[in-house]
Design a protein around this ligand. Structure first.
Ligand code: GUN
Ligand code: ZN
Length: 446
């Protein structure tokens, strides 16, 4: 066997955790896959084999192995909603959504008309993402096509699986950030043709949210989706009480917020709606029916005082809605998906629900991949998928080392107990190494 193994094949030996199903619906014993001593075989940036070290070691005896003792390897995190354009204004004091947009977000986004600035921020954004273990994200750029070019150029250099698009906004925003339905259409079309499916990159038609889009603008978004049926739709919905009331005023003929998007043909299985805090029961049902996704962004929802996302309703049995986790920087206060997981737990606690670490980490990995219809490519260690993964250090700090008491866990209960500690106490110090398409992209080792 060994003589058939090509030179480019490499393997990683460690403890591995991933998900093979959704623990919100399937018992954890059937949805969590934990291999205390495993081997992940990588070839050409993809997973060539995966299993227990004992089972695979003979087959790959000539392959170079990198071992990570006392670490835990998981699939790379997937951030289903973040604004790279708001990198600079994270943690802006004192306002809720609509005032916050006017006071902080819009003036910052104006800077992206300058491609050099956009390039600088794109590089910083990706550095931050990678060190936090996020290997895929669905990302708002700005209204400027240059911002999308700068983003995708940097993503392409790093060979990361990324989704983004030009923001569409033609009203209720400063002049300097407004496009028109005509320029929105022409620019988006050109960007789709330039970037969609180039390497690992994918495009999302990105109307900012209903209040900044005229009817004509929403129609343009719908037309783009019809012409390019495999691009995404990425927007915000029902985040803030004042915003929801404003949408009712602006679109009196609509049945509700989601209906504004529905009438324009923007609701479907490739549609990702950020927040969804104030959705009605009927809207949850419609999202379920259409297989749409909600990006749950707990740090943002708390920071902007928006409210508590009804995760239990979204993940109900009767009307299940696909859910991913999002940081929503700069409304969100962290790029860390561990921090985000931590806050997701607290948001559920405030509603009387205790989410297991498995459920939340599912949302951050395979759940996010399913939400983005990318679970044939990323999200777990199935053979053939792209080799994006992170090496977690459960002893990253003295506090974590004490809490986890070494990481070797033999049972699922024991693992859950330790992993919950990692999730609640961890941050970028716990992301020991990050691999993108099989290549080491970040490592804390000196
Ligand atoms: N709704 C419309 N635009 C935005 C934005 O930039 N951030 C958040 N959190 N919500 C929005
Ligand atoms: Zn957002």
């Amino acid at each position: 066997m060994s003589s058939f193994v090509s030179q480019s094949v490499r393997a990683i030996r460690a403890a591995f955790l991933d998900f093979v199903d959704d623990p919100f619906y399937v018992p954890e014993s059937n949805s969590v896959r934990y291999i205390p001593d495993g081997l992940l075989v990588i070839e050409n940036g993809a997973i060539a084999d995966f299993g227990s070290y004992d089972d695979l070691q003979k087959k790959y005896s000539t392959v170079p192995v990198t071992a990570y003792p006392d670490k835990l390897i998981m699939p790379g995190f997937i951030d289903t909603h973040v604004h790279y354009s708001q990198y600079e204004m994270i943690a802006a004091y004192g306002e809720q959504l609509l005032e916050w947009l006017n006071k902080y977000a819009f003036p910052t986004e104006e800077k992206f008309r300058d491609k050099t600035y956009a390039q600088k921020i794109a590089a910083l954004f990706f550095d931050e993402l990678v060190k936090q273990g996020t290997t895929t994200a669905l990302v708002f750029a700005t209204v400027h096509p240059e911002s999308v070019d700068a983003f995708f150029e940097e993503a392409s250099r790093r060979n990361m699986r990324m989704i983004s698009g030009k923001v569409l906004m033609d009203r209720n925003a400063p002049d300097y950030l407004r496009d028109t339905p005509e320029t929105a259409y022409a620019d988006s079309k050109q960007l789709i043709q330039k970037w969609h499916k180039q390497g690992r990159l994918l495009y999302a038609v990105t109307p900012r949210f209903a209040p900044t889009c005229s009817d004509a603008q929403l129609q343009v978004a719908g037309k783009l989706l019809q012409e390019f049926p495999d691009v995404y739709l990425h927007t915000h919905i029902s985040e803030n009480v004042k915003e929801v009331a404003w949408v009712a005023e602006l679109f009196p003929e609509s049945k509700g917020y989601l209906d504004v998007y529905d009438r324009a043909g923007l609701v479907g299985q490739r549609s990702v709606f950020a927040h969804g805090i104030h959705l009605t029961d009927a809207e949850f049902q419609r999202l379920s029916e259409t297989k749409s996704t909600i990006a749950f962004c707990p740090t943002s929802n708390l920071f902007l005082g928006s409210g508590l996302f009804k995760i239990a309703q979204a993940k109900s049995i009767d009307y299940p809605v696909k859910v991913g986790l999002g940081t929503d920087v700069g409304g969100g206060t962290t790029f860390s998906m561990l921090h985000t997981a931590n806050e997701a737990y607290k948001v559920a606690q405030l509603q009387g629900e205790s989410l297991s670490c498995f459920k939340i980490l599912f949302l951050a990995t395979l759940g996010g991949a399913k939400a983005l219809l990318l679970d044939d490519k990323i999200g777990n260690f199935e053979v053939g998928k792209e080799a994006d993964f992170i090496v977690l250090d459960p002893k990253a700090t003295p506090l974590m080392a004490n809490r986890t008491q070494g990481f070797s866990a033999r049972t699922l209960e024991n693992l859950a107990q330790k992993l919950f500690g990692v999730m609640m106490l961890g941050d970028d110090r716990a992301i020991y190494a990050v691999y993108i398409a099989g290549e080491l992209a970040h490592c804390l080792a000196p």
